[in-house]
Every structure is written in C-alpha cells, then in structure tokens.
Design a binder for this molecule. Structure first.
Ligand code: NDP
Length: 277
C-alpha cells in the first residue's frame, strides 16, 4: 500500500508542533503514514489546495495566512463556517471538505481537564478575535446558558452577538470585575499573558469557588492566569491541552483512527516548546 500523508500548509513555514504530534500518533498506532510541512505563498495556495491529491496528500492542516481562503476553496462544515476559517481539509470521495478543529480542541480539552464542568453555568469569555469564535461556538453547541463576552474594542464582541445570537452578551472590558462573581467558567482567548505581551490584569478572588478557568495561551505553558486559578484551588484547562486536542479530529479524518492525547505526547510537545521559546 502507498504511504498516506497529510501536510501543514502555511506561509512562511513557521515552526509548528503538528508534525511532532501526528508522527507520535502514527508511531503509536502503527499506521504507515506521513505528515510534512509545505511552505506555500498566498498566490500559490488555490492551485496547491485544488490539486492536493496530485501533490501526494490525503488531507491537510492550514495555518496563517490561508485559513479564510481555505473556507472558500472547499466544502466547509458548520463549524468552519461559524468560525469563519478552516484549518483542516480532508477528502470525502473526490470532494474536498473542511472543518475547524479549534472548536473540538477547546471543548475536548475542557472535558478532559475539568470533567463535568457545568454547562448550565454562565461563562465569561475574554477576547473576540479568531479563537474566540471557536470557543463561543463550541460553548453554545454544548448548550451553555449565557456568555458574557468582554473585548477591548466592544464592536468585535457585538459582531459575535450578531453572528451567534442573544445568548452572547457583549460587555465592556472595564466591566470584567463585575462579571466575575457570576461566572462558572472563565476563558481567556486574548493574547494577553503570552510571552512578550502585557499581562492579563484580572483578580480572580471574585470568581465562585467551583469555577473553571481556561486559557488558550500556551507560551508560557502555565500563564499567570492559570497559576492564580490553581493557587485558588480552581480547576483549569490550558492552551497546550487545546492544541493537542484540536489535532485529534484531523488525524482521525485522514488516517481513520481516533488517537489519544497521552501524558507522553504532552511531555514531548512541552519539551519542544521549551526548546524553541
Ligand atoms: P486575534 O488576533 O484574532 O485576537 C486577539 C484578541 O486579543 C482580541 O480580542 C484583542 O482585542 C485581544 N487583545 C490583544 N491585545 C490586547 C490588549 N493589550 N488589551 C486587551 N485585549 C487585547 O488572536 P487569536 O484569537 O487568533 O489568538 C489569541 C490567543 O490564543 C493567542 O495567544 C494564540 O496563540 C492563542 N491560541 C491558542 C490556540 C490553542 O490551540 N491553544 C488556538 C488559537 C489561538 P481587540 O479586538 O480589542 O484588538
């Protein structure tokens, strides 16, 4: 049998953890397959995607700057359409379909890190950028009661309310402290707290004692937000967990087996992150 292979398409070909993750699973599951990186400039993207098969691939991940364009060149599912970006491409017969795996990555990691998290709770989501759309869509899909959505520029939060409906309630950035006591789930989707960025100025002492705190930022591995949550005894879900969980669905779609996010895989990627940052 010919070796089946997927790739990551980006420009420039930035350092990515995806090859490490997929090679680990291929090895672990004894599947003969491959995963490589393809540096494709914007002007060559459409040609590359439309002839993905003849380039030798059964599917692909797509990253910056191609995620929005990928939506237009494929048959996107409801998640990719809702998020406004496709990051995973796969063939269904001759049809090239796409999805956005950040939704499953966020929810899958939350389920694994804080089993039984309260879906009836009110969530407080910080940030209304690209990743926030995946988080908001995933929470709504899971039946969350209400999402207070805080963004520095409130227009972007209002745009998500217009897109996703009235369960999303835009709030001003300065109203975050007032929203904390009612939040069963706090999610940071901003880049604040990331290495090289300003810190996220939030005092968690007002959160309920059974609240869960999630952060999408994964450099550093443990952000100040998650450290503060742990110090308060709150359950947490981190950005690396999301990164690993979002890779599960692509692997399953391409290679036909659902892989596991193991402690060994986490350690492998942690070591890689520490080595490159
Ligand atoms: P975007 O650029 O789309 O959005 C950035 C968000 O951060 C916006 O809401 C922006 O607010 C806010 N922000 C930036 N600077 C400030 C500031 N100084 N004060 C207040 N708010 C600020 O980024 P993404 O959504 O794509 O990514 C956000 C983070 O999530 C990144 O750290 C990224 O690495 C991480 N991420 C992690 C993933 C994972 O798998 N773990 C997946 C995807 C992303 P405004 O609209 O006002 O500019």
């Amino acid at each position: 049998a010919t070796k089946r292979a997927a790739c990551l398409i980006g420009w420039p070909a930035a350092h990515s953890r995806s090859p490490l993750i997929h090679h680990y699973w291929l090895r672990q599951l004894g599947i003969e397959g491959g995963y490589s990186i393809e540096a494709v400039p914007p002007e060559g993207f459409a040609e590359f995607v439309l002839h993905l098969k003849s380039h030798g691939y059964i599917g692909a991940n797509v990253t910056i700057p191609h995620k929005e364009r990928a939506l237009q060149l494929t048959e996107p599912d409801a998640r990719a359409r809702a998020v406004g970006a496709a990051n995973t491409l796969y063939y269904d017969g001759e049809v090239l379909r796409s999805t956005n795996t950040d939704v499953e990555g966020f929810i899958g990691n939350l389920d694994a890190s804080a089993p039984g998290w309260d879906r009836t709770a009110h969530a407080l989501v910080l940030g209304a950028g690209g990743s926030s759309r995946a988080v908001v869509f995933g929470l709504l899909e899971r039946g969350i009661g209400r999402i207070a959505l805080a963004n520095r520029s409130i227009e972007r939060a209002q745009a998500l309310r217009d897109l996703f409906g009235d369960r999303v309630v835009p709030i001003a950035w300065s109203d975050i402290p007032a929203a904390l006591p009612g939040a069963g789930l706090l999610v940071n989707t901003t880049s604040l707290g990331m290495k090289g960025q300003p810190p996220l100025p939030i005092d968690l002492s007002a959160l309920p004692a059974d609240a869960v705190v999630a952060d999408l930022v994964y450099v550093p591995l443990e952000t100040d937000l998650l450290a503060a949550a742990k110090a308060r005894g709150l359950r947490t879900a981190d950005g690396l967990g999301m990164l690993l969980h979002q890779a599960v669905r692509g692997f399953d779609l391409w290679f036909g087996a659902r892989p596991h996010v193991t402690a060994e895989l986490r350690a492998l990627v942690e070591a890689d992150l520490l080595g490159h940052t």
